[in-house]
Ligand binder design. Structure first.
Ligand code: ASP
Length: 313
């Protein structure tokens, strides 16, 4: 019989995250936020809770923190609004839920879970998702809640430069992807994955990235692994990143680490897709893999100490 185990990993986005551009204060704030989020998930796993609940709790914690591009702190669309995407999936029965282009929902990950559990569908978008949210008793949070000065300044820059930027900071060539995600294995042997994002700064309204797309930004299947991605969504959709990692393990019997390396550091790089992913396999192995300068990330497991990291080295 397999040894009892649990594992959890989270990300808060990847991109051009350079040590020399970070203040000690900011670095600490990111690390504290990542620690709080992963502990929220780990506490559930420790008490024999489900991977699904752990993933949701970790993501809610990140959505509530304005440092990340999800929930509060989501980036602005070209029209100065916030349109958010999220998805969640469980590995035991492949049930999945996703929302795209939603507005005024404080925790989009919770709405995606409701889609999974209380609708006949996998993905709801725009007005239909809003009507469903109302039916499920969600409150609509005013626009002012999602506003942050930093994101607004980024939006103004992007509009001035006439560029669609990816959660960029200061200049559009300094790319950052602040999407959040979590993956977990629970003590019952079940995997789950979830991802939540505001998308890209100055994106056209209606644009949907990889985060709510099952198989692209999020995937979980007890047969192998659970994955959550962050990066330039269009490339992650084209490369079907999360499912590709699963397939390399399933059909080629690659290890989690090797499958992630091939997809992120070879296949994505070849097509110009910047970003990364977090993954956990059915044995509890964890991979935090990215081809950018950094990725806000954390992981912990029953038999593995807490790791919180930002930069490549
Ligand atoms: N993948 C997200 C998107 O394209 C962006 C991010 O990871 O920050 O919408």
């Amino acid at each position: 019989m397999q040894k009892e185990n649990y594992s959890i990993a989270i990300h808060g986005g990847a991109g051009t995250i350079l040590r020399n551009e970070m203040t000690a204060e900011k670095e600490l704030a990111y690390k504290e936020a990542l620690t709080a989020a992963i502990l929220a998930g780990e506490n559930i796993l420790k008490q024999r809770g489900t991977a699904l609940d752990a993933v949701e709790a970790a993501i809610i914690s990140l959505e509530n923190n304005p440092l990340f591009n999800a929930g509060k702190g989501a980036v602005f669309t070209h029209d100065e609004t916030h349109e958010m995407d999220a998805s969640i999936m469980r590995g035991d029965n492949l049930m999945a839920g996703a929302v795209a282009g939603i507005k005024n929902i404080k925790n989009p990950i919770q709405l995606s879970r409701k889609v999974m559990e209380n609708s006949e569908h996998v993905m709801l978008c725009g007005e239909g998702a809003a009507t469903f949210a109302k039916k499920m008793g969600f409150e609509f949070t005013p626009d002012s809640y999602f506003y942050t000065e930093q994101r607004h300044a980024q939006w103004q820059n992007a509009v001035a430069e006439n560029k669609i930027a990816l959660d960029h900071n200061i200049k559009t060539d300094e790319k950052k992807f602040g999407t959040v995600g979590a993956v977990a294995l629970d003590m019952h042997g079940n995997l789950a994955a979830g991802t939540s994002t505001g998308g890209m700064t100055n994106k056209q309204f209606g644009r949907v990235g990889d985060s709510p797309i099952i198989g692209a930004g999020t995937y979980a299947n007890n047969a192998q692994c659970a994955i959550s991605c962050t990066g330039h969504g269009e490339f992650f959709i084209k490369a079907v990143v999360a499912y590709d990692v699963f397939c390399l393990m399933e059909y080629k019997q690659l290890s989690l680490e090797e499958a992630c390396r091939i997809v992120v550091k070879e296949k994505l790089v070849k097509i110009g897709g910047e970003g990364g992913l977090i993954a956990v396999d059915k044995f509890g192995n964890i991979s935090l893999c990215f081809n950018s300068d950094g990725m806000y990330r954390a992981s912990v497991a029953m038999h593995q100490e807490l790791l919180v990291a930002i930069y490549k080295d």
